[in-house]
Ligand binder design. Structure first.
Ligand SMILES: [Zn+2]
Length: 190
């Protein structure tokens, strides 16, 4: 049976959206993921999104402390079922290692400001390529644990659900920054 993945931060605040036009103007490159923080900036816990396995943990000068995880049989909001990779960047702390099996109740780490980052946040990318989980279109050249790859990412709103029920009590808020579009907020309920 397919699984529904949930948000990695329970009280999510979105600070930059997927392939956002204003982000591209500001930074000069495409944003292949989304940036999240905690709504109160008080709980930096990054949770597993469902049943998966950690494939890579390591350092990248561009992306700081990095985790890559593969989740199988994920129910997308468009009706498709796909295996997915999620890459997590800029972590302050990492609590898992390669090979670990995880669930939505696994603490993966704390989000932070490591690598080329200008403030505490979590950057995640959701990729339909699960054969090469550490290859990202975000990088023009290899950097530590991450390798430069082609784009097979999808909008996180296609794959992540908001689990408003116990024990997760998830919700989503807009930061109001011009790097967030209304499409970045269109999550379905779990
Ligand atoms: Zn980002």
């Amino acid at each position: 049976m397919a699984q529904k993945l949930i948000l990695p931060i329970n009280k999510t605040r979105i600070t930059a959206g997927y392939k956002n036009v204003n982000y591209r103007k500001e930074f000069g490159y495409n944003h292949y993921g989304v940036d999240y923080t905690d709504q109160q900036k008080s709980d930096k816990t990054v949770w597993g999104s469902g049943d998966g396995v950690i494939t890579h943990v390591g350092w990248s000068n561009s992306s700081g402390n990095v985790i890559c995880a593969v989740y199988k049989n994920c129910q997308l909001t468009n009706g498709q079922v796909k295996d997915l990779t999620i890459r997590y960047y800029h972590l302050e702390k990492i609590y898992v290692k390669a090979g670990d099996k995880i669930t939505k109740d696994t603490r993966l780490g704390l989000y932070g400001n490591t690598g080329a980052s200008t403030g505490d946040h979590l950057h995640i990318e959701i990729d339909t390529d699960t054969k090469y989980p550490n290859y990202t279109p975000q990088l023009g050249k290899n950097s530590g644990v991450l390798k430069a790859g082609t784009d097979s990412t999808i909008n996180p709103t296609l794959a992540l659900y908001v689990k408003a029920t116990a024990p997760d009590y998830q919700s989503v808020k807009n930061s109001g920054y011009n790097t967030v579009a209304s499409s970045d907020l269109q999550f379905k309920n779990y």
